[in-house]
Design a protein around this ligand. Structure first.
Ligand code: FES
Length: 66
């Protein structure tokens, strides 16, 4: 599924960009061009930032196995 139609960037590509360090919609645009066209996807990109960060934080808090 596309997260940004203008740049033909998928949700998975945006999530990978966030996990690689993008923290803002602007960061995502610089790294994979999502959000650099009409801007209609900016709220979707922000939601992906929020969801991906909170998922990553939950994984970091899991107890480590031996
Ligand atoms: S849909 Fe992302 S910039 Fe247009």
């Amino acid at each position: 599924m596309y997260a940004c139609i203008c740049a033909a960037v998928t949700t998975s590509q945006v999530e990978a960009t966030i996990l690689a360090g993008a923290r803002t919609v602007s960061d995502i645009g610089e790294r994979c061009f999502a959000g650099t066209g009409c801007g209609n996807c900016h709220r979707r990109l922000q939601r992906l930032i929020d969801e991906t960060k909170s998922s990553a934080e939950r994984v970091e808090k899991l107890p480590q196995s031996a």
